[in-house]
Design a protein. Structure first.
Length: 317
């Protein structure tokens, strides 16, 4: 039976309608994601994580992987919502399956610490390798650390050096060589701190090397801003700078204050560090075995990495 011209027109209009609806849906997801970014980073508007979550949720529901990643970050860091590691894992998996290396790297961290999922270091290494092979520098650094200490992989110093060098090369390409350009990526405290640390490793831990000093200076400025916002991990990283004299004058008393602050905020490695200081009576912390055990229990309850260090590496100064 021949198809009438009217039927052909109807079919054509129906196809166009589907195409237009699909394009509108895709454009809507991108516009919602962009609006979420504006409020998340405070670009041309007052920073508002609650509004950012609303826009990211709209975009994620429409299949936007970048919005799913940002939403996962919000649940991971308790930005605009209550902290919910299970929701963070769910959104990160969506973004990781779409091939986002940042999501793969964060998901590896969640599997490492057992946050929202059963602790699984082998699974963590799988995700960190995926991200590292996509040239994601934080993943490269963490994979280097894994090979350096044999965490979830067989210890291999040559592979550790290989990934540290790759990490440094990618950072050098992504950061402005003059060190003056400011953007979302280069202002992230963890990126800056990681780049400073990897350069320190590659320069034989010589903090006086000018290139190392420059990037630690930038890292500390960013870490201080994040500390003021209440970010526990950045607070702990800042404490390490004061403890080791990285980019600032060594100040053990200030370091302990910051470690304690990060521990109170629930960062497991800070809790582990407080336990060690109390057990050994170091850096002005009073020796107290019961206090030490309390901190160790808090750290190891939810953090597989802290449990690993506690069981396998009796830390020594």
């Amino acid at each position: 039976m021949p198809i009438s011209r009217f039927s052909v027109v109807l079919l054509t209009l129906a196809s166009l309608s589907c195409l237009l609806f699909s394009c509108h849906r895709e454009n809507s997801s991108f516009s919602s994601h962009e609006e979420g970014d504006r409020y998340f980073y405070g670009t041309d508007v007052p920073q508002d994580y609650i509004k950012a979550v609303r826009f990211y949720s709209e975009a994620a529901e429409r299949g936007n992987a970048n919005a799913a990643y940002q939403l996962g970050i919000c649940y991971y860091r308790a930005l605009g919502v209550r902290r919910d590691y299970q929701k963070a894992v769910s959104y990160m998996k969506t973004a990781a399956e779409a091939g986002l290396p940042a999501a793969q790297s964060t998901l590896a961290r969640l599997y490492t610490y057992g946050w929202g999922v059963p602790s699984d270091r082998k699974k963590a290494v799988e995700y960190i390798k995926k991200a590292a092979n996509r040239n994601y520098p934080l993943a490269m650094y963490r994979l280097g650390v894994a090979y350096q200490y044999g965490l979830g992989v067989e210890q291999d110093s040559s592979l550790a050096t290989y990934w540290f060098n790759k990490c440094a090369a990618v950072y050098q390409h992504q950061f402005d060589p003059s060190g003056l350009t400011s953007n979302v990526y280069t202002d992230d405290p963890k990126n800056l701190f990681t780049y400073a640390r990897v350069n320190l490793v590659l320069h034989d831990n010589n903090i006086e090397e000018p290139y190392c000093r420059k990037w630690f200076d930038r890292a500390i400025m960013s870490l201080r801003r994040a500390h003021q916002r209440g970010d526990a991990e950045s607070t702990y990283c800042l404490a390490l700078c004061y403890e080791n004299g990285w980019g600032t004058r060594r100040n053990v008393h200030r370091s302990v204050e910051l470690i304690h602050e990060a521990a109170i905020r629930g960062f497991p490695m800070a809790q582990f560090r407080m336990g060690f200081l109390a057990r050994e009576g170091l850096n002005g912390v009073e020796q107290n075995d019961s206090v030490a055990m309390s901190w160790f229990l808090q750290a190891t309850r939810n953090d597989s990495l802290a449990r690993y260090w506690y069981r396998h590496f009796p830390v020594e100064e």
